[in-house]
Design a protein around this ligand. Structure first.
Ligand SMILES: N[C@@H](CCC(=O)N[C@@H](CS)C(=O)NCC(=O)O)C(=O)O
Length: 227
């Protein structure tokens, strides 16, 4: 009875779950939604009605899970919800899901008006300012978890999207005037598992650039340089 995570390399939400799997050597098979016919296929929707990834099939428990937060909390060996650090880490992950989340696809899909992208950048800047503030509340570091990665640090794959898209296509900066977040990102890039994940995502961005995804949206192409 094999536990299976459905994920593709570029998917930042799935990358958070892959990080937990790699970091803890969990016996979880990683498959593509295409193996079930794709995100919107009947076979996939029967198991995971959201039609999104990540999704986790745990046949031994007869459960099919979707929503990255639920999957991560299921996979994590332990969770700290009650300490000050634990609560602030949960806040970081909630800000990511609630304030960044609804706007993510505006960065790489067609939108009905410029205002949609303006709203996305504004929501993302709110989230980035909050991460910067919360890092200041946690007086050690470099991670939200302290000297090692915590629940809040799992937002890092989303920064691949920010770093490739905001400065290159939307004239918006990620780390300018955010010194704690800059230090955090430098530490993330030194972590072996984070680097592995960011390289997986980079491959996905190169494929998107090769397929002219951004050329069609923004009228130009850019090299992928976030890692
Ligand atoms: N709130 C969801 C968001 C997941 C999500 O948006 N996943 C993207 C890939 S990163 C997806 O499946 N997009 C395909 C679609 O929306 O059709 C979560 O936390 O799992």
């Amino acid at each position: 009875m094999v536990t299976t995570l459905y994920s593709i390399p570029i998917s930042n939400y799935s990358a958070m779950a892959r990080d937990i799997i790699y970091r803890n050597n969990l016996p979880v098979k990683i498959a593509a939604p295409a193996d079930l016919g794709g995100l919107k296929s009947d076979a996939y929707l029967d198991k995971f009605p959201s039609g999104k990834m990540p999704a986790l099939d745990v046949p031994a428990e007869k459960i099919c899970l979707y929503e990255s937060d639920v999957i991560i909390n299921y996979l994590l060996p332990s969770i700290d919800n009650r300490s000050r650090r634990g609560a602030l880490n949960n806040l970081v992950s909630r800000i990511h899901d609630m304030y960044h989340g609804p706007h993510q696809s505006s960065l790489y899909r067609h939108v009905k008006s410029d205002q949609v992208r303006i709203d996305a950048i504004s929501a993302i800047n709110f989230a980035l300012d909050e991460y910067e503030r919360i890092l200041g509340e946690l007086d050690d570091g470099p991670f939200f978890g302290g000297s090692s990665l915590g629940r809040g640090d799992l937002i890092y794959p989303t920064f691949a999207f920010y770093l490739h898209i905001l400065p290159n296509y939307l004239d918006s900066e990620v780390f300018q005037s955010r010194t704690r977040l800059t230090r955090w990102w430098n530490a993330i890039k030194k972590d072996e598992i984070c680097t592995r994940i960011l390289h997986e995502m980079k491959g996905g961005f190169v494929e998107w650039e090769d397929a002219d995804v951004f050329l069609k949206l923004y009228g130009r192409k850019c090299a992928v340089t976030f890692i």
